[in-house]
Design a protein around this ligand. Structure first.
Ligand code: DGJ
Length: 568
């Protein structure tokens, strides 16, 4: 059970939901973040105080946090399969969520279901998600499958799908009609914005007192696969015209036509701008109803390839158009990468590109990975993602509805696969509030194993932590050989000048004075194993002897240490 769930339980038990003062982990963290002493002034009941505060994505000193109930919150997520949000499927969803120890579930809301006839809304599917999430004590990220889902219009209601005169599709380069909606369809945009607004209005009525829903995704992996852009007469006219002045200003570029300004990238840039402009209207309509944080997910191309080299001809939604999105869709709080690249260098590069320091109006971007592959190599990347200051990380498609993105006949999702990902949450879940807060303060460093480099150094001023992979538990070794499969991961957070929180999987962590010339050596004053419960460290035992003589060895047991160091 994760910390937020534990805190919620304790609060319910000790205080009742709107009961007496209850400082659980969330409230305690809120007090710490606000820098307010508990002893000062009246303290409102935590549940009420929290409920009054909207979830927010905030930035400070170049770092990001998702504030939930007034304190940094780390989304330890799972995204359910595309067709799993139906009430009849939820009994196959919640057991997987529980086994995963996830604290956040990402679930689609289907426009086709929600607005079966124009202006007639059915929120029963959303309400079933809300009820289930509350029962299982997890938060929700809702995914609005509207005009675009993986570029296609497959989730638009049939009254939109069938009426392409009112709701036009993209015209391809040869004049062919394509399986994607035109971003120049004013009626489509209006209909989508109206429906999304209705969803947000419903959430406000159904959830504003609870904040079960903490974040909403607008559309899903938009693109016009197969066509660089729309070639409809309206689109052609705009493409041949001038780049809008506000975009020129935001990008600090010269004025001119799209081709003059963007050269070989003109069509992609134009397409990205066209879609971003549309999505901004949808997002704005939703936010006007209920101001939850909003984001959009990007599909990716090889981030290590040079521009245009080996890239698709229609990459309107990848890292290299991030600035277009930032400038054109300010109602989105962040742009998030969906990472289906298991190679270390690619994964790291994507994290680098999407974690941008600074205010979002100046191009800053909070890192959130809403989809990460669910094959074994991906499990370790939650740690590298935290190491980039992320506000959340989620794997895709771990539910028990019988779908797996694998060859037909291959095993579907089973306990073995779920356990690989559950381990991260077992470790980090009980202290997610603490890690989110420490990360917001810049005190966390976390890494995943690079198969090409078998040890990594984490610098904490006078102390350096070395993370080494593939060593035997007992005995010193000069060179780490790496794990047979690169499954290792480690997290080190600084709690004080000589005090650290340390955890990991299949790795050894040790410390040394950064200044090697000082001739000083590391000594463990104390290595405590324990866990956070409701924001308080609960001591379990002291590690010594075999457990510390060669460094701090983390196996696949979920273990967390508080380490005090000295030199001699
Ligand atoms: C990325 C999409 O965003 C998801 O909805 C899903 O289609 C996965 N790709 C693949 O299963």
């Amino acid at each position: 059970m994760n910390a937020d769930k534990t805190g919620y339980d304790a609060c319910m038990k000790n205080c009742g939901f709107f009961g007496r003062v209850c400082l659980g982990s969330a409230a305690l963290a809120a007090v710490l973040v606000a820098g307010v002493s508990v002893a000062q002034g009246p303290v409102r009941p935590a549940a009420q105080a929290g409920a009054a505060q909207m979830p927010r994505v905030v930035e400070k000193n170049g770092r990001w946090a998702l504030m939930v109930d007034g304190a940094p919150y780390l989304m330890l997520g799972v995204q359910i399969n595309n067709s799993s949000a139906w009430p009849a499927m939820l009994p196959e969803v919640w057991p997987a969520v529980d086994k995963l120890h996830a604290n956040t579930v990402e679930a689609p809301v289907y426009w086709e279901q929600m607005e079966p006839a124009k202006g007639k809304f059915d929120f029963s599917v959303v309400d079933a998600l809300l009820a289930g999430a509350r029962e299982h004590k997890v938060r929700l990220v809702l995914l609005w499958f509207g005009t675009w889902k993986n570029g296609a219009p497959h989730y638009v209601p049939d009254w939109v799908k069938r009426d392409n005169a009112t709701y036009p599709r993209v015209t391809g380069p040869k004049g062919e009609v394509r399986d994607t909606m035109s971003p120049f369809g004013a009626a489509t945009m209006k209909a989508d914005a109206t429906a999304f607004g209705a969803l947000m209005r419903h959430l406000k009525a159904a959830d504003a007192a609870r904040h079960t829903v903490i974040l909403v995704q607008v559309e899903n992996e938009i693109n016009a696969y197969g066509s660089a852009r729309d070639y409809s007469p309206e689109a052609v006219k705009l493409f041949e015209g001038q780049v809008p002045a506000e975009l020129v200003t935001a990008l600090h570029t010269k004025a001119g036509t799209w081709t003059e300004v963007f050269g070989a990238e003109a069509e992609n840039t134009f397409q990205a701008w066209s879609i971003a402009r549309y999505v901004e209207q949808v997002a704005k309509a939703g936010k006007a109803e209920y101001g939850l944080p909003l984001y959009l997910n990007h599909s990716l191309e090889n981030p290590l390839a040079a521009p245009r080299e080996g890239r698709l001809a229609w990459p309107a939604m990848t890292d290299h158009v991030l600035d277009i999105w930032k400038a054109t869709a300010p109602s989105l709080d962040l742009i998030a990468p969906d990472i289906y690249m298991s190679q270390y260098a690619q994964y790291e590069k994507v994290l680098d590109v999407y974690a941008r320091a600074g205010d979002k109006s100046k191009g800053g971007n909070a890192l959130f990975v809403p989809e990460s592959g669910n094959a074994a190599p991906y499990a370790r990347y939650m740690f590298a993602t935290l190491g980039h200051g992320a506000i959340g990380w989620s794997t895709f498609g771990l539910d028990l509805t019988g779908y797996a993105n694998a060859p037909l006949g291959a095993p579907v999702v089973d306990d073995k696969l779920i356990d690989l990902f559950a381990l991260n949450n077992e470790i980090v879940g009980p202290m997610q509030r603490e890690i989110a807060k420490l990360n917001f303060e810049g005190k966390v460093q976390a890494v995943s194993e690079d198969p090409a480099v078998h040890s990594q150094n984490l610098e904490f001023g006078p102390w350096t932590a070395t993370v080494a992979y593939g060593l035997r538990v007992f005995g010193r070794a000069m060179n780490a050989p790496g794990n047979a499969d690169p499954v290792g991961r480690a997290l080190v957070a600084q709690l004080g000048p000589d005090e650290f929180l340390v955890t990991g999987v299949s790795t050894r962590v040790d410390f040394r004075p950064t200044d090697a010339a000082s001739g000083k050596h590391r000594e463990f004053v104390k290595v405590e194993e324990g866990r956070y419960v409701d924001g308080k460290w609960k001591f379990l035992r002291i590690w010594n002897g075999d457990q510390t003589d060669y460094g701090l060895n983390f196996t696949t047991a979920p273990q967390v240490l508080r380490v005090t160091l000295m030199t001699y």
